[in-house]
Design a protein around this ligand. Structure first.
Ligand code: ACO
Length: 322
């Protein structure tokens, strides 16, 4: 019998320091009003100088493990989705593994930028389905602030730092449609240069900063996300109205509203954290999941659809019966 993955714990971590739009407007040619109107963002959390992606990831993981009633040594697998690893190598996941004392786990990173959490969840879910893993920790963790040119008003307001984690556990698939019901991934490398950092191993060894064709991304986002949502619904013979909660990647509130319009989804069914968190790339979905679970919106038995699009381009969705 194949297994199915259930989510048995969620956790999150946001750096203490908050940078408001007003603070940005004091040093850049921008305004709070412009940023809120164009993106829905009011503030972002920014990591301290000595705070690494693995530190945020470890704190989120500890909370998720505690809520799952597990300790690090019970984990079989750790997958960290990040585009801002502590170092080019080894994987940030191995640092998290050491921090958690997860001596029996194997650990690695997944890089799919803002779609990273959906990709990492898919990989861990497949290990569980195949019976190779019982307990998996999936983390989305980012310090995007380190990739920003703080003088570039066109990009720096969009991003923030943070981490979210979920613990997956294998259950025998008894056919009662619980847990992760489906995952679908897509990418299109022809749009590589719509969103990239200018660090390259063939060039000078700098960290690089983000370059973005914001309008191109914006124009294709609702189509790509729509494709991923449709795949998830069709695969499970469901309609958008059957879904209890949509937990989208938090890139821009106008993209989220566009998806609502396309599928006639009431906005109250969308879990939206962009105002407080900005775009935390791979961390945005697990951060939003943790918030909606903690405040009691997502409850056992609810149907939850997550979706994301990001650099690459990459995009995808997962449908979960909580
Ligand atoms: N403050 C004030 N004015 C600004 C700012 C700013 N912070 N940034 C840009 N402008 C100006 C531009 O210079 C431009 O001025 P001009 O007309 O004189 O040249 C004007 O505002 C309009 O700029 P646009 O880039 O056309 O503005 P747009 O309405 O497209 O909004 C935005 C920009 C918010 C970046 C939008 O394109 C967007 O959200 N795109 C998606 C990008 C995204 O989500 N990236 C995240 C990673 S990918 C992902 O997660 C899906």
């Amino acid at each position: 019998m194949l297994n199915i993955s259930t989510i048995i714990g969620t956790g999150s971590c946001l750096p203490k320091r908050i940078v408001t739009n007003h603070e940005l407007a004091a040093r850049l040619d921008t305004t709070d009003e412009w940023i809120r109107e164009r993106s829905g963002i009011s503030q972002r959390h920014i990591a301290a100088d000595d705070e690494k992606t693995s530190d945020l990831a470890t704190q989120a993981a500890r909370q998720a493990l505690e809520r799952a009633g597990l300790t690090g040594d019970q984990l079989d697998c750790i997958v960290v989705a990040t585009t801002t690893p502590d170092n080019s190598f080894p994987a940030t996941a191995t640092r998290v593994q050491a921090n958690l004392g997860a001596t029996k786990a194997f650990a690695f990173d997944v890089q799919a930028v803002c779609s990273g959490f959906v990709y990492a969840l898919t990989v861990a879910d497949n290990f569980i389905r195949l019976g190779q893993v019982k307990n998996a920790l999936v983390i989305g963790a980012e310090t995007m602030s380190r990739l920003l040119d703080w003088q570039d008003r066109g990009t720096c307001f969009l991003f923030g730092d943070g981490a979210g984690a979920v613990v997956l556990q294998a259950q025998p698939d008894s056919g009662d449609k619980q847990g992760i019901l489906s995952t679908h991934l897509f990418s299109d490398g022809r749009h590589y240069d719509w969103l990239y950092t200018d660090h390259s191993f063939g060039g000078p060894q700098t960290r690089g900063t983000i370059h973005m064709q914001g309008r191109e991304i914006f124009k294709s986002a609702v189509d790509k996300i729509g494709q991923a949502v449709e795949k998830a619904l069709d695969h499970n013979n469901l309609k958008a109205s059957d879904i209890d909660w949509f937990v989208p990647h938090q890139a821009n509130v106008r993209i989220i509203k566009g998806v609502c319009e396309r599928f006639s989804i009431p906005q109250e069914k969308m879990v939206v954290t962009i105002a407080e968190h900005a775009n935390t790339s791979a961390a945005s979905i697990p951060l939003a999941l943790e918030k909606a679970v903690s405040d009691g919106r997502i409850q056992k038995g609810h149907l939850v659809l997550i979706e994301a699009m990001g650099g690459g381009l990459t995009w995808g969705s997962a449908l979960i019966r909580w």
